[in-house]
Ligand binder design. Sequence first.
Ligand SMILES: NC(=O)c1ccc[n+]([C@@H]2O[C@H](COP(=O)([O-])OP(=O)(O)OC[C@H]3O[C@@H](n4cnc5c(N)ncnc54)[C@H](OP(=O)(O)O)[C@@H]3O)[C@@H](O)[C@H]2O)c1
Length: 360
Amino acid sequence: MNAVPAERTANASSEASATIAIVLLGTGVVGGALLKLLDTAAAGSLQLVGAANSRRQQTDPVSLARRNLREQLNRHGAPRDNANLLAALDASGAAAKVIVDASASAALAACHPEWLARGYHVVTANKTLAGGELSGWRALQAALANGGRYGDSATVGAGLPVLSTLRRLRRCGDGLLTLEGVFSGSLSWLFNQYDGSRPFSELLREARQLGYTEPDPRSDLSGEDVARKLLILARNAGFALGTDEVQVEGLVPEALRGLGTEAFLARLEELDAPLAARHAAAASRGGVLRFMARLNQRGQARVGLAEVPFTHPAARLYGTDNQFALTTTRYHAQPLVIQGPGAGPEVTAQALLGDVLALG
Ligand SMILES: NC(=O)c1ccc[n+]([C@@H]2O[C@H](COP(=O)([O-])OP(=O)(O)OC[C@H]3O[C@@H](n4cnc5c(N)ncnc54)[C@H](OP(=O)(O)O)[C@@H]3O)[C@@H](O)[C@H]2O)c1
């Protein structure tokens, strides 16, 4: 018997004068974790006035207050219509009206500039705008000039204080010279484990079972997600890079790219021999393999497998740790290194909550 009350009490009530009202887009792994945080005292008087998945949405206060809101949305609720969600924010009378994007939808991300221009704040885990085409990034910057705020902590390092640090350094007149690190929790785990004693495919199956990779691990292995994070960081540091300016060396061979997920999973062993050869070559030189992202002083960006010496900071990572090493005009002799768990629903949802609370 579950002793938890069936309804949220404070946050989803119809208080007309909450300081911050939010609409949540996406109730998957991260959005679900955020709904749990909204039930805690930390969420204070945040008022949830709407929630949606890709197919349905809810703005009724009684339904929003139900603890099984996610399951309810799968069966009940109105068809998706952003206009009705924005109307619920308007009707809240809140001082800050916030759209929280916990989806990976490029179509939703493309709406961020318009929402900001209309006076809403946007808090997002969705990387597809800031880490997508340069035109989208520019539209975002233009919209931000109107005073709306963009909470993007969750887009890089699952909320590790990377973007906030980078921006703070910039405000102080410091400049990023180079950036390098491990930006993917799943790829970090895989190469932290991979010492040649077990085939890479075996580790990959284990990582998938542990939920460290996407259901189709090619999403992780392609390096595209890491490239988006590198673009977000580079752009925030003042390098207006286009997507075609990041050189991405993914781990999926050409022959395995067009397959369905099951067919790909059945052929994972084809990854083993090339990686074993690269591992052996690195080990013979006293190095290890890491899936690195790098931006150099000339603004050249690269994502891919790299050999690093045992003494390199990236050689000493644990679990799904991310690592960001920033060399700046003032952190010059030694880089400023930010490291820690860079994936997971709880820390990512916390990053979203932190960005929302900062609007109060
Ligand atoms: N998981 C992590 O550890 C992590 C860490 C950092 C950042 N992120 C980012 O966080 C975002 C969410 O990740 P996740 O793991 O929670 O993904 P997920 O479990 O697949 O959930 C995505 C959610 O977005 C919904 N959605 C898709 N299109 C939508 C639309 N047009 N309107 C409203 N909702 C829509 C989906 O609806 P349906 O349920 O109907 O499909 C689903 O509820 C992604 O951008 C991801 O890159 C995740």
